[in-house]
Each structure stands twice: as structure tokens, then as C-alpha cells.
Design a binder for this molecule. Structure first.
Ligand code: NAD
Ligand code: GLY
Length: 375
């Protein structure tokens, strides 16, 4: 599906906000990061040259916390604002709820120049982006991301979609937002478990691409856990810079973008084996990173120090690091179901050092020998 040229943005910087650009030619966009940015949404939409109707897709939790502020910010800039509320949770990420969003857009006579705004975390962002990609063959959409996972990962890069009964994220489209607004103040209300889940993705960026950022996380983890504003802004900004650079080089994941899946091959397997109830995503990714680095050490790709530093940092956040016992056949079976499997071969991102990874096909016999200690 061809994506329409994105509206042009104006200057979005304020002293407390930072902007990261995702460079994708005519579909480039800004990520605005900082406390209170949500209150400037009306100006941002104006600076994109948008006008008319704005549909805010959200859930009751976010509507209660931030709905009124967002409505005020959008309304005072002259937009007509409609709220489209869908139930909270991963189970809403279905075609049925995409259809509901489209019904609401039709009902309120949304046009090609109308805009969809996703107010929420990755679930709301993924479903809203997908609805925007389909409605009238594509209308502009803006991500207002309110979880750490969304601010450092899901709102950036244009992966949109919903789940199918047989698997997560099986239906979707690459469809870039016109703008991402990450108000770091919203993280204050995030449940602790969700916040820590996002930290696993943050640590991931250090391992895959930036040794000095990993060192920063080691130095400042207590301050980050204490949610000190300056540190949070640094964290979100650096993660977005790394992701933006990767996406600009490989938007459709034909090569480099695969490094973003570090920790996810084992992580996804653990989520599936736990019936998507035992772990939330970042918890499984944290265990996945520790064990993918242990596997890399077993394959003599990296030193023990690479494993130890990651494990120590993840442990300091309070995230789990131990792998639960499963038989090898169940474990390997779950890894083979990952959608990143190509022609039956499981590919995994493995670290060489802190800041450098490579994608490797896995030989099941080697993995079985290594895994024997955990089963
Ligand atoms: P989420 O969207 O389910 O949000 C987690 C919970 O926190 C929800 O109950 C939500 O209502 C609540 N919440 C959100 N913001 C809040 C706030 N500021 N204050 C209080 N409560 C708040 O979870 P998530 O981790 O953001 O996203 C997970 C989803 O993202 C998954 O569906 C995953 O597949 C997807 N994802 C997509 C990408 C991508 O590139 N598109 C990347 C990573 C994850
Ligand atoms: N979350 C992985 C990616 O965006 O590619």
C-alpha cells in the first residue's frame, strides 16, 4: 500500500523538549520528547498543516488520565475532536476493533485530510496506525505515546497491525506516523510492571548499538528507576535516535532492522510458553537477552563479561533473569513459531560485544546441547 506524502512539520522545539528526526525522505517525521508536550498537541497538528477533524483513539484508562488535557489542547487550536474509546488490553488488538474504529470514522464523516491520534501505549498505537493505513487508503496519524515501550520502540518506525487468533501481529502494514509526541510526564502514572518492561527494551539499545549508552545506564540506573526527569529524557531520546537511524537505513526489515529483535527470539518463545500471562513483553525480553548472550558466549562469539554486565544491569531494575524450565522440544518448538523464522531456520541476534551484534542462523543440535543445563 503506497503511503501518502506526509504533511510538512514546522519547528517543534521548546527548551524542555527535544526532537529526533526519522529520515525517510518524503515520509520523514519528528519525534518530540519532553515533559508536558501533550499540552502542545494543537500547535503540533497546526504545524503539520492539518485541519478539520481529529479522531483520538484511546482506552478508558488513558481517557480518564489524559483525555481532557488532550481534548483541550487540540480544541483550542480549532480542530473538531472526537474520542474513539476501545477496551484496554492486548485482546483489543484485533480486526474487530479496527472495524469499530472505521465505523466511527465513517459515522463522523472523516475525510482524507482528517487525522487519527493514538493516545496510549503500543496496543493503541499499533491498532490506530493500522486503521489509519486502511481508512480511505490512508489518512495522517500521530502517536501520542504514554508507555516507555511506546516511547522508545513501538511508536517509532511504522510497524502497525493487529493480532490473529493464531499469532501476534500477523496482520499489519508498514505505515509511518506524521509525528510522534512522547510526553515523558505521562510515564509517572504508568504501572510499575509496565515501566520496568520498557526498561528491558532500553537496555537492548545499548547492547545492539551503543556501548557508551550502556555505560550511561550502568552509571545512572538508580536515577532512572527514581524517574529523574533529565535522565528519562536522555534515555527516551537516545533510544529514539538509535531506532530512527536503524529504520532510516532499513524501513522494511530486510537486513539491519532485525537487530532490534535482540532478546526477542527467546523472549517471544517464553511469552508463548507462558500463555501470554506469565510474562509481559519486556520481562520475557530481559530473560531473552541474558540467555541469547549466554548462547553467544557458548558459541564463543562474546566474552563472559558481555553476559555478566547485561545480567547485572537487568537484575538492578528488578526484572527477572532466570529462564523457566521447559523441555527442549517445547522450547525449540516455540522459537520456531516466531514470525522471524525464514524457510524453517531460526535466526537469532547474538552479541559480539556491548554495542555490537550479529544475526545468525541457529543449529538446533548446538542449541540443544547448550540448553541441556536449563531443561
Ligand atoms: P499497552 O499499550 O498494553 O499498555 C500497557 C498498560 O498500561 C495498558 O493497560 C494501558 O492502558 C496502560 N497505560 C498506558 N499508558 C499509561 C499511562 N501513562 N498511565 C497509566 N496507565 C497507562 O502496552 P505497551 O507495552 O505499551 O505495548 C505493547 C504492545 O506494543 C504489544 O501489542 C506489542 O505487540 C506492541 N509493540 C509494537 C511495536 C511496533 O514496532 N509497532 C514494538 C513493540 C511493541
Ligand atoms: N520493534 C521492532 C521493530 O520496530 O522493528
Amino acid at each position: 500500500m503506497a503511503q501518502p506524502e506526509k504533511p510538512s512539520a514546522g519547528p517543534l522545539m521548546t527548551p524542555s523538549n527535544q526532537t529526533v528526526k526519522v529520515g525517510l525522505g518524503k515520509r520523514s517525521y519528528d519525534i518530540v520528547i519532553g515533559p508536558g508536550s501533550l499540552h502542545r498537541m494543537g500547535e503540533y497538528l497546526q504545524s503539520l498543516g492539518l485541519s478539520g477533524r481529529v479522531g483520538v483513539v484511546t482506552n478508558p484508562t488513558l481517557a480518564r488520565l489524559y483525555g481532557a488535557s488532550l481534548k483541550k489542547a487540540i480544541g483550542k487550536a480549532g480542530f473538531t475532536c472526537y474520542f474513539i474509546s476501545i477496551p484496554d488490553g492486548e485482546r483489543t488488538k484485533t480486526l474487530r476493533w479496527v472495524s469499530y474504529i472505521v465505523d466511527e470514522l465513517v459515522k463522523h464523516r472523516f475525510e482524507r485530510r482528517s487525522t487519527l491520534v493514538a493516545l496510549g501505549g503500543g496496543v493503541i498505537g499499533d491498532i490506530t496506525g493500522f486503521a489509519a493505513s486502511m481508512y480511505l487508503r490512508g489518512i495522517p496519524f500521530v502517536q501520542v505515546s504514554t508507555t516507555l515501550v511506546a516511547q522508545v520502540d513501538s511508536s517509532v518506525g511504522g510497524k502497525t497491525g493487529v493480532n490473529h487468533p493464531s499469532g501476534k501481529n500477523l496482520i499489519g502494514a508498514f505505515y509511518q506516523p506524521a509525528l510522534v509526541v512522547s510526553d515523558t510526564n505521562t510515564l509517572q502514572t504508568l504501572p510499575k510492571r509496565e515501566w520496568l518492561s520498557g526498561l528491558a527494551e532500553v537496555i537492548k539499545y545499548g547492547v545492539i548499538a551503543d556501548k557508551s549508552f550502556f555505560g550511561f545506564l550502568e552509571d545512572r540506573m538508580e536515577h532512572i528507576l527514581d524517574m529523574q526527569e533529565k535522565d528519562i529524557q536522555t534515555v527516551v531520546t537516545r533510544c529514539c535516535e538509535i531506532k530512527a537511524r536503524v529504520v532510516a537505513k532499513d524501513e522494511r526489515e530486510s537486513g539491519l532492522r532485525r537487530i532490534l529483535n535482540y532478546g526477542h527470539t527467546i523472549g517471544h518463545a517464553l511469552e508463548a510458553l507462558g500463555g501470554y500471562r506469565k510474562y509481559i513483553h519486556g520481562e520475557a525480553v530481559g530473560i531473552g537477552m541474558v540467555h541469547e548472550s549466554l548462547l553467544a558466549n557458548h558459541l564463543e562469539l562474546c566474552s563472559k563479561d558481555v553476559v555478566d554486565r547485561q545480567r547485572a544491569l537487568i537484575q538492578r531494575t528488578g526484572l527477572p533473569v532466570r529462564i523457566p524450565a521447559h523441555s527442549f522440544s517445547r522450547f525449540w518448538g516455540a522459537m520456531r513459531h516466531d514470525k522471524k523464522v525464514a524457510q524453517g531456520t531460526v535466526h537469532c541476534v547474538l552479541p559480539r560485544s556491548i554495542g555490537k551484534v550479529q544475526v545468525m542462523p541457529l543449529d538446533p543440535r548446538t542449541v540443544r546441547r547448550w540448553y541441556a543445563q536449563f531443561s
